[in-house]
Design a protein around this ligand. Structure first.
Ligand SMILES: Cc1ncc(C[n+]2csc(CCOP(=O)(O)OP(=O)(O)O)c2C)c(N)n1
Length: 246
C-alpha cells in the first residue's frame, strides 16, 4: 500500500534501537530517550557524538540509543566528559544524569565543569528522588513532598532546603545556555527538542557548557499512577520558571 507522506504523523527515530526499555510505565526517561534519539538523528550526529551515561535508572541508556557511549561512575559524568571532549575536540560530547547523580554525589563535578566552561552538553533528568534505589529524598525534592526517607514530607528543620542546582548553574561564567524543560505534553516535547538542538549546536560551536534540565516523573518512587504523576508534575511546573533560564 502506498502511503501519502502528508499522512505520516510519526517517524521512529533512526537511532532508537529495537530493545524493549526497562522503565516503569509513565517514567519520563523513556520519552526523553526518544526525543534525544530524534534530535541526534535530525542533526545527523550519529557518527560524531559520544554520550556519557551515569548511574541511576538510565544506566542502560546505551541499550536504547545507538551511538557511542561511556559509562561513568555515580556523579562523575562531567569529569569523564571533560576528558573525552578535550581529547576529541571534533566530537559532540554530552552527559545524561539524574538528580541524585548530578545534584548530590556529583555536585562538585558539575559545578567545576560548568565553571570551567567545558565544551559539553549536560542533560539533567530531575525527577525529585533517587529513582533506582527506591525513591529516597534527593537534594531537589521540593518542600512538602513525601518520600521513603521523609515520609511526613520534606521540611527545612530536618532536611534543609532543596538545592536549586540548575539556577546556580545559570550564575556561572562558563555556562552559555541553561534551559528547563518537560515532556508532559506535545507542546512541551516540541519546546524540549528545540532546547536540545540549541544546546548541541552550542557544543558544536564550542561556546562552553550547555545545560538542559528535564523536570521528570518517577511513578514508582512517588507511588503514583502515571496520570497522578503527570498531574503532580504539572502543579510543580507552575511553581517553577520553565523554558530558557540563561
Ligand atoms: C558511589 C555510589 N554511591 C551510591 C550508589 C547507589 N545508587 C545507585 S543509583 C542511585 C540514585 C540515582 O538517582 P538519580 O541520579 O536521581 O537517578 P534516577 O534513578 O532517579 O533516574 C544511587 C544512590 C552507587 N551506585 N554508587
Amino acid at each position: 500500500m502506498s502511503v501519502n507522506t502528508k499522512d505520516i504523523v510519526y517517524h521512529r527515530p533512526r537511532l532508537l534501537t529495537d530493545n524493549n526499555m526497562h522503565y516503569c510505565p509513565g517514567c519520563s526517561h523513556a520519552a526523553i530517550h526518544k526525543i534525544l534519539a530524534d534530535v541526534l538523528s535530525d542533526m545527523n550526529l550519529a557518527d560524531n557524538v559520544i554520550g556519557i551515561g551515569s548511574v541511576g535508572c538510565s544506566v542502560f541508556i546505551y541499550n536504547y540509543i545507538d551511538i557511542d557511549w561511556i559509562e561513568a561512575a555515580h556523579g562523575r559524568a562531567p569529569a569523564v566528559a571533560t576528558a573525552v571532549s578535550r581529547l576529541n575536540p571534533q566530537k559532540l560530547v554530552f552527559t545524561y544524569q539524574g538528580d541524585g547523580d548530578m545534584a548530590s554525589i556529583g555536585t562538585t563535578e558539575i559545578i567545576h565543569a560548568a565553571n570551567r566552561g567545558e565544551n559539553i552538553t549536560v542533560i539533567f533528568i530531575n525527577n525529585s528522588v533517587y529513582g533506582m534505589t527506591g525513591g529516597q529524598m534527593a537534594p531537589t525534592t521540593p518542600l512538602g513532598m513525601k518520600t521513603v526517607t521523609c515520609p511526613d514530607g520534606r521540611n527545612v528543620e530536618q532536611n534543609g532546603y532543596p538545592l536549586p542546582i540548575t539556577d546556580l548553574l545559570t550564575r556561572l561564567p562558563g555556562t552559555c545556555f541553561v534551559s528547563r524543560e518537560a515532556v508532559t505534553t506535545y507542546k512541551h516535547v516540541l519546546h524540549a527538542k528545540k532546547a536540545l538542538r540549541k544546546a548541541f549546536q552550542n557544543t558544536l560551536e564550542k561556546r562552553g557548557t550547555s545545560v538542559v534540565e528535564f523536570v521528570a516523573t518517577c511513578c514508582s518512587g512517588w507511588k503514583m499512577s502515571p496520570v497522578e504523576a503527570n498531574e503532580w508534575l504539572n502543579t510543580r511546573m507552575k511553581q517553577m520558571k520553565m523554558g530558557r533560564l540563561k
